[in-house]
Design a protein around this ligand. Structure first.
Ligand code: HEM
Length: 134
């Protein structure tokens, strides 16, 4: 039998395994519905139209999980902590952000292992974005 050299078979990315662009579109759309209905968190978002912010977060997450690199083509290196610098991300904002993300993740109904992988990342990333005490 011909041996296939290790590392030459294409590996499915997490992006593909959870359903590709459609899954991330649903996740982030549901998340921003939560933001739109939450006056305190909504006040942090500078634009009147949440559509462009929704697209940036969707493209970032798609890229992070191994999908197309459109985010960096359009926005450059993510540098997310720096990009959040202008916004007051305190404990309350962190908790609200994660609460809406939790609702959005729940609605995807992913298999438990994928759901845990996604959620653990979001919890870790949200903690790293806090830039204001209190
Ligand atoms: C912890 C609570 C968080 C709050 C309150 C928050 C809030 C915000 C706000 C107000 C913006 C500006 C909206 C815009 O113009 O795009 C923003 C942008 C963004 N956020 Fe967050 N964020 C949080 C956590 C996160 C996390 C955990 C991630 C990634 C997993 C993330 C990814 C992004 C991205 C990709 C952008 C757009 C950056 C750009 O290209 O300009 N955020 N966030």
């Amino acid at each position: 039998m011909t041996e296939i050299p290790r590392g030459t078979l294409p590996q499915a990315t997490f992006f593909e395994l959870v359903g590709g662009e459609d899954t991330f579109r649903r996740l982030v759309h549901r998340f921003y519905q939560g933001v739109a209905d939450d006056p305190e968190l909504r006040a942090l978002y500078p634009e009147e139209d949440l559509g462009p912010a929704e697209e940036r977060l969707r493209l970032f997450l798609i890229q992070y999980w191994g999908g197309p690199r459109t985010y960096s083509d359009e926005r450059g290196h993510p540098r997310l902590r720096m990009r959040h610098g202008p916004f007051t991300v305190n404990q309350a904002a962190h908790d609200a952000w994660l609460r809406h993300m939790r609702d959005a993740v729940d609605e995807l109904a992913l298999d438990p292992a994928h759901e845990k992988q996604l959620w653990d990342y979001l919890v870790y990333a949200a903690a790293s974005m806090v830039n204001t005490p209190g």
